[in-house]
Design a protein around this ligand. Sequence first.
Ligand code: LLP
Length: 426
Amino acid sequence: MHHFAYRRGVSHANVLHAEEVDLCALAAAVGTPFYCYSTATLERHYRVFAEAFAAHPGTLVCYSVKANSNLGVLATLAKLDAGMDVVSEGELRRALAVGVPPERIAFSGVGKTKEEMALALDAGIFAFNVESEPELRALSEVADARGRGARIAFRVNPDVDAKTHHKISTGKAENKFGVPFEQAVSLYRQAAKLPGILPVGIHMHIGSQITDLEPFRNAFVLLHDLGATLRTAGFAIEFVNLGGGLGIPYRHDEPAPPLPADYAALVNRAVGDLGVRLLFEPGRLIAGNAGILVSRVIYVKQGDKTFTIIDAAMNDLIRPTLYEAHHEILPVIEPMPGTRAVVTDVVGPVCETGDYLARGRPLPELHAGDLVSVMTAGAYGAVLASEYNSRLLVPEVLVSGSRYCVTRPRPSYDDMLAAERLPEWI
Ligand code: LLP
């Protein structure tokens, strides 16, 4: 469910709107390409997920900042009392900047530096997800030196197949993430003896865009067993962190992924009897369908194949190139009934064959100057953008009802050049 729909626009045609904002008018004001996020959609997704666990006391939903770290998006979620899952100093600073209470922040990632640990300890975050023995020792040193206790959950790698794209699967033994399941108990014993370390939770995250509940079921059985074993061994386990990963619909012609309520029922069956707090780290589920990328057609190039060349490219949205991801593309002005469909590659101006937003896609016939909207681009869109080909970073706009705010303006070319220095010897 999202709040992007065709409505009667300023120009009398049916125009795609973000909530009550006409995207033709917004494109005229902001220029293209731009990302556009819907507040109502972000709020709805957060609430649907949080409410699915309302019956479980103390549940903490930590939005995964990596999915979309725009300050407007984070502030919207912070207002709803969301916690946050961060993976770097930058993400931690963003979460704190929008007023997320530190005791609602979890810190993940395989390569936290001592400086990052110190900052998070001084801020007083909820817990660290620890991914290796060397990381555990480093955290112990930092915490001890600062006279602080670091609350930790080991990220346990259950070696299950998440049945998702190989580049976003994280719970197999061959992936770099977490500690091996068989070593978990001995690591908890080791942790309990180290100064500054409080082993109070267990963490698992098996991958992203998971559209089948089976991998979660397999992983959570192991999580439950480990929780019960640690409890019996005398560890004061307060929470289990079940990660993120629940998939979202990207295509209209595929069955919808499981609903948060189905997922909640599964979680409850799997770990409910442990009697501990639950923590989640959803990213895509909250931000994915809450964002679009609006772009303008520059040329339509006809030949053996039709290429629709738009002003957004792989540097703005890399998911199709990197993960063969499918994003629906809609003309911003609704086509008249009976408009001819043309099979086309939708490509950007970047000098790479891999620069495409869609390939072999039947779309209503498009012309130079038309606006298109690349759907479901709210998660892992703008955050993965780069200046490749010296293209300016794409601006981000947050809409709420009939209002909008350019939360991240488009830089100027002067800004781009001013960010660099020339060496004095040239
Ligand atoms: N927790 C941890 C430890 C993670 O590594 C991730 C995602 C999440 C939570 C959030 O997962 P989500 O609920 O969003 O599925 N760039 C890729 C996705 C990378 C996911 C990385 N980790 C893409 O565009 O599909």
